[in-house]
Design a protein around this ligand. Structure first.
Ligand SMILES: NC(=O)c1ccc[n+]([C@@H]2O[C@H](COP(=O)([O-])OP(=O)(O)OC[C@H]3O[C@@H](n4cnc5c(N)ncnc54)[C@H](O)[C@@H]3O)[C@@H](O)[C@H]2O)c1
Length: 436
């Protein structure tokens, strides 16, 4: 079977490599010349664990190729996946579908025969129907189907999530389209992955509902953490106490600085807009967005408070910049607003992130100093703030860390450290939602 993937970003590249691993012939179309050059040279344009080997092995096996030429890619492809970005549109919170519709038109012009045009990008309800109209208007002669196959992978664990997903959702409305997608996903069917066949609108909405629910769960435990601080309770015990209830579940109950990343912020906003547009407002999603925004802005204030009310002239070491560990993705990372505020208030920021520093340079204030490693960042700092819970930060010995610093303030926004051990090492430790 042959397919094409339009867009070689986090989702397109991982999906393409995994489909190739399932023995499908995949050609990825990428417009960004720098990304394409990197891929041709065997270098990954993003950081995702295991991706370089998976890509290079499948390229070597002749199952995976990259091109800027859409016509060559879609020729003979039984399915063409659209995996381009759907960022927030400026001004109104809607998903910006410019790239999706442009890709649909390009695909329509290039196809030479029947194919299923599948959205893998996260797209609002109605996008599939609109794509069908665009394709039909561009090529009235073309035989095609449109389908929705939203992607649920998590950055940092993307290959595992794609290869062993909890479920696959396929919105398709003809037997022919369902057959193509069933064949493509046959390796997952064989390992008994639930495959949920739905209509197109249902599949589109399912993706937003999943992300909004997870964002709400994170936001709920963050609010509980704030309450724990007021009443002297421990949020980790609360999370365990509720999470062991099978109806609630333990995942996504870790308190932190507020959700960020390439999906939750934009997808909650887009769902909120869709719900308003259709006259069925989602107050829960609206509250989630507002509470999370407020939380992200309040994190810098925690640091300022821990530093005695002002950070002017103080040196602050920041560990972790990406929105979560095991990715280089800085999109909507909580680090952005925290660092902007601290630097704006006159702090000197010395930052370290294992993979995110290249992307961080584009979004953080130019005054930020990027360091070799954690101890280099901590050297001479008055305060240390942990924003992203990379594993290597867990292993830092408290005594060495403390010895490297000038001051003793430690703000742990992910609760990775043991408060008792940190206080014994001489730190003035501030976690999230833990007593005293
Ligand atoms: N990143 C995630 O973890 C994740 C998870 C699930 C779903 N999604 C969704 O998947 C979609 C893609 O997200 P991403 O993070 O991979 O984005 P991304 O920005 O990393 O990748 C998109 C890529 O598409 C390329 N592109 C744009 N227009 C093109 C065109 N016409 N032809 C060829 N290439 C084109 C861009 O150059 C870019 O490399 C979004 O809708 C997102 O919401 C993302």
């Amino acid at each position: 079977m042959r397919i094409a993937m339009i867009g070689g970003g986090y989702v397109g590249l991982v999906s393409a490599a995994c489909f190739a691993e399932f023995s499908t012939e995949v050609t990825v179309v990428e417009v960004d010349a720098a990304k394409l050059d990197a891929l041709h040279a065997g270098r990954m344009p993003i950081y995702e664990p295991g991706l370089d080997k998976l890509v290079n092995d499948n390229v070597a096996a002749g199952r995976l190729a990259f091109t800027g030429d859409i016509a060559a890619a879609v020729d003979g492809a039984e399915a063409v996946f659209i995996a381009v970005g759907t960022p927030t549109r400026r001004g109104d919170g809607h998903a910006d579908l410019t790239y999706v519709y442009a890709a649909a038109e390009q695909v329509a012009r290039a196809l030479t025969g029947y194919s299923v045009i599948v959205t893998k990008s996260t797209v609002p309800v109605g996008t599939g129907r609109r794509i069908a109209e665009i394709v039909h208007a561009t090529r009235p002669d073309l035989e095609f189907d449109v389908a929705s196959n939203p992607e649920f992978l998590r950055e940092g664990n993307a290959i595992g999530d794609f290869m062993r997903p909890d479920r696959v959702v396929i919105g398709a409305e003809s037997d022919r389209a369902r057959d193509v997608l069933r064949t493509l996903y046959r390796p997952l069917f064989l390992i008994e992955t639930p495959i949920v066949f739905t209509g197109i609108e249902t599949a589109e909405l399912t993706k937003y509902a999943a992300n909004a629910f997870l964002a709400m769960k994170v936001t709920f435990i963050n609010e509980m953490a704030d309450l724990c601080e007021k009443v002297g309770a421990d949020v980790h015990d609360v999370a365990r106490g509720i999470g062991l209830d099978g109806r609630i579940g333990r995942k996504f109950l870790h308190p932190g600085p507020g959700y960020g990343g390439s999906c939750f912020p934009k997808d909650t906003l887009a769902l909120m807009r869709t719900a308003l547009d259709y006259g069925a407002p989602s107050r829960l999603v609206e509250a989630t967005v507002a509470v999370n925004d407020a939380r992200k802005s309040s994190m810098a204030l925690r640091v300022i408070h821990a530093c005695g009310g002002s950070v002017r002239g103080k040196t602050i070491a920041v560990l972790g910049l990406t929105f979560k560990p095991e990715t280089d993705d800085m999109r909507d990372s909580p680090a952005i607003s925290i660092i902007a505020r601290l630097a704006g208030d006159g702090a000197v920021i010395r930052a370290f992130d294992p993979e995110g520093m290249d992307q961080a340079r584009g979004v953080l204030p130019p005054s930020v100093e990027y360091c070799r490693d954690s101890l280099d960042a901590a050297a001479g700092a008055d305060a240390l703030v942990l924003i992203t819970e990379w594993n290597e930060f867990r292993a830092l010995g408290p005594a060495r860390l403390r010895a490297a610093m000038r001051g003793k303030v430690l703000v742990d926004l992910r609760n990775v450290y043991d408060p008792v051990a940190m206080r014994q090492a001489g730190f003035d430790y501030h976690g999230i939602g833990r007593p005293g």
